[in-house]
Design a protein around this ligand. Structure first.
Ligand code: SAM
Length: 306
């Protein structure tokens, strides 16, 4: 357990999907002044270096955030009239860029810093961050301390699946829960479904966003089905969006050795989504899928129900 470190994956195509969705959801939820409670059940370290050892070793941002930046810069240079970036994708790119100086792309904000940025100036909001990894929890606390955010942010070195329970329902009756585990353990899939079942029972009108990997493993395919069943049973609206950038088939390298493709696709499942989210993600993911596609395997889907 605990071999997963998000620093290897920061800014990859899964982060593009997750963080574009997170920003769109929060932009909508912060239109109202009423106090908002945000829970990030699996927060990570908060900030990542794209030029650091972890990110350089995996190179995943090069096929995600950095590829988007490059492709859009090239498209803008070639197109007459200038190519338009979808506003939600532009919002994501601008927010990440604001953590960097000039045209450098060295720092990538994780969900805690993205959420904090969108809650700025809203003194009555509260952000609870759960992180269980001893090193990442320490780094997260140190990163958050620099924000001088006072009572707005609490870092909890606790199990996010369990820890969420004691905060639901929140006093203001407005909340967003982001559940973004590493799925390092097969049991994480079942724990997400259990946590969501319990949370929706405690607080049916909250907005819940779950990220999951699309990989050839039965639990990964079952999870969105279980979440759909849960939302339908509880009579709650839902949205399911996926982004695919490459094939899940094993390949071979020049020496004939089998090469694993890495993560080919991922999804987000949102219960009680903003009514604007379907149109927003359809536009943004259509463009992201085109720009991030590796070979012919690309695509996106946005489905809603309830
Ligand atoms: N949400 C982050 C973001 O978007 O920047 C990335 C989170 S990463 C995918 C998952 C994190 O969950 C890891 O840092 C891992 O250490 C942590 N973790 C694993 N099991 C946990 C648990 N039961 N409770 C809280 N955190 C956990």
């Amino acid at each position: 357990m605990f071999s997963y470190r998000h620093a290897f994956h920061a800014g990859n195509h899964a982060d593009v999907l997750k963080h574009t969705t997170l920003i769109a959801v929060l932009r909508h939820m912060t239109q109202k002044d009423t106090a908002l409670n945000v829970f990030d059940t699996h927060a990570g370290a908060g900030l990542y270096r794209l030029d650091g050892d972890y990110a350089q070793t995996s190179g995943e941002a090069a096929n995600g955030y950095l590829l988007l930046v490059d492709a859009l810069a090239k498209a803008a240079g070639n197109a007459k009239p200038k190519a338009e970036t979808h506003p939600a994708l532009q919002d994501y790119l601008d927010l990440v860029a604001s953590f960097n100086t000039g045209a450098s792309h060295k720092v990538y904000p994780g969900s805690p810093f993205i959420i904090h940025r969108l809650l700025q100036g809203r003194d009555r909001d509260r952000l609870k961050l759960f992180e269980l990894h001893p090193t990442d929890a320490k780094t997260l606390s140190a990163n958050i301390a620099q924000l001088d955010a006072g009572r707005l942010i609490t870092v909890l070195r606790e199990d996010g699946f369990e820890g969420l329970k004691k905060f639901l329902p929140p006093p203001s009756r407005r909340a967003l829960v982001l559940c973004d585990p590493s799925y390092e353990l097969k049991s994480d899939y079942g724990r997400v479904a259990d946590m969501m079942t319990d949370a929706v029972k405690r607080f049916a009108t909250g907005t819940y966003m779950v990220w999951y990997p699309i990989i050839p493993r039965p639990e990964a395919h079952d999870l969105p089905r279980k979440l759909k069943t849960l939302a339908n049973r509880e009579g709650r609206p839902w949205l399911h969006a996926t982004l695919t950038v490459k094939s899940s088939k094993l390949g071979t390298d020049d020496a004939g050795e089998v090469v694993r493709p890495g993560l080919p696709a991922s999804g987000v499942f949102v219960i009680n989504p903003p009514h604007t989210l379907k149109a927003t993600l359809t536009g943004a993911l259509s463009q992201a899928a085109d720009l991030l596609a590796q070979a012919k395997n690309k695509g996106f889907e946005v489905e809603t129900g309830g």
